[in-house]
Design a protein around this ligand. Structure first.
Ligand code: B12
Ligand code: SF4
Ligand code: SF4
Length: 355
């Protein structure tokens, strides 16, 4: 018996994916938006998006024998703890980064899916997995595979599960029955565009990454530009605002998968994190998607978080990364971190004078 879409979806669910759909590997016209987006300079320093644009706009470049694209979506929202007694310098970590590194977890699940498919299929086939970093436009393929619509905030939204979903998939040389598209249900709502603190959603579905806090806190190597430093606020890593305000996320189901439940980073004090020596700070982010950003960038943002705490008593803390012990925090010894510290100290001193 040939392998069917239903078999594949049932196995993907058994492996821990909340949704699985199939798209036929045709040319998707919306992939061309990528070139327009790149030409407008919206990728900023993410040069890898320019270098990989050809593969991203043609799935045949990713897998020459491709016939179908299987896409999975996995719910990562474990809910929010009560924030009423938070310290003034408590940090925000984007929900997707509170559990284990999804690149690793989802790649393992998809490899298991492909191994299972090979054992079941009556003919050999080609397969290529994609999990975020591979050169596939996952949102467009997720929408094509019927997993949801692309909202005005740019995220794939499923009518029952909302948008706290991580995407990953596998391109295969098999003919599998495709799924139907979901209806776009944003309607006249503009909550995400109106709530973005930096105006990064310049048009519905179009995000200028150079204005987005997720880009600044996760991707950018350079100093975070002055006009965005205040808006960084308590965001240590990523930003969830344009999803948190979305009505389709008002009562989303919570994941029960221990992989994604908080490992304690959310809500920690920026000052406590800053005082840690590098080996301890590394332990805090070890095994999560945050580890990929590197300690120096994480310290740069922590300094801004402390500067945005409005707590002048923290000025002295900024002078003592790693408790001030010699060589305990080499990640703080970069021009970018020093620049963020100077900004934060000046801001806290200014706050003191204003009081
Ligand atoms: C680069 C990147 C970023 C950049 C740029 C984001 C962006 N909006 O372009 C930054 C660092 C800012 C970022 C932020 C975030 N990211 Co990100 N990111 C990516 C990555 C690696 C590539 C995205 C990309 O190519 N962007 C360029 C734009 C042009 O492409 P696109 O977003 O895919 O959009 C397509 C469609 O919107 C389509 N389109 C379809 N119809 C229409 C109609 C119109 C009119 C237009 C104009 C366009 C359009 O055009 C595009 C081309 O295919 C993907 C993984 C991947 N391989 O796809 C993850 C991915 C998009 N990110 C993800 C996540 C979770 C986030 C954050 C929520 C993380 C956080 N909490 O901080 C935020 C969300 C910000 C937001 N509102 O988009 C998830 C999204 C899951 C979902 N449910 O949609 C992905 C898919 C990763 C994953 N494997 O799950 N990210
Ligand atoms: S992630 Fe934050 S900064 Fe980026 S577009 Fe959404 S609300 Fe704006
Ligand atoms: S907030 Fe409103 S406009 Fe934005 S994605 Fe959600 S439903 Fe669509």
């Amino acid at each position: 018996m040939p392998l069917t879409s239903a078999d594949v979806k049932a196995e993907a669910t058994r492996l821990g994916c909340d949704l699985c759909g199939v798209a036929t590997a045709a040319a998707l016209p919306e992939l061309q938006y990528l070139n327009e987006w790149l030409a407008r300079g919206f990728a900023g320093e993410m040069r890898y998006l320019h270098r990989s644009a050809e593969t991203r706009t043609s799935i045949e470049c990713f897998l020459p024998t491709v016939r179908s694209v299987i896409v999975t979506a996995t719910l990562y929202n474990a809910g929010e703890a009560d924030a009423s007694d938070r310290a003034p310098d408590a940090v925000e970590v984007a929900r997707y980064a509170r559990g284990r590194d999804y690149h690793v977890v989802l790649a393992e699940r998809l490899e298991a899916l492909v191994a299972w498919m090979r054992a079941q299929a009556d003919t050999p086939f080609d397969a290529a997995i994609f999990v975020d970093k591979h050169h596939v436009q996952e949102r467009s393929w997720a929408a094509a595979a019927g997993l949801g619509w692309i909202g005005k905030n740019g995220c794939v939204i499923h009518p029952d599960l909302g948008s706290w979903l991580l995407l990953a998939g596998v391109a295969v040389s098999l003919d599998l029955a495709p799924d139907r598209l979901q209806l776009d249900q944003c309607g006249s709502c503009t909550l995400c565009l109106d709530s973005c603190p930096t105006g990064a959603l310049v048009e519905p579905k179009v995000l200028d990454a150079t204005q987005c806090l997720a880009y600044h806190t996760i991707e950018l190597d350079d100093p975070i530009p002055e006009p965005y430093r205040e808006a960084v606020g308590h965001h240590w890593f990523g930003c969830d605002i344009c999803q948190a305000v979305c009505p389709w996320n008002l009562a989303p189901p919570l994941t029960t998968d221990a992989t994604w439940t908080s490992q304690g980073r959310q809500g920690m004090r920026a000052s406590d994190l800053w005082l840690m020596p590098d080996h301890e700070l590394h332990r805090v982010v070890d095994g999560s998607a945050m580890e990929r950003t590197g300690l120096s960038r994480l310290r740069r943002t922590l300094a801004l978080n402390i500067g945005n705490s409005d707590d002048p008593s923290l000025v002295g803390v900024l002078a003592r990364p790693g408790q001030g012990v010699r060589n305990a925090a080499p990640s703080a010894d970069t021009a970018v971190v020093r620049d963020a510290v100077a900004w934060a100290q000046e801001r806290l001193r200014g706050h003191d004078e204003r009081e």
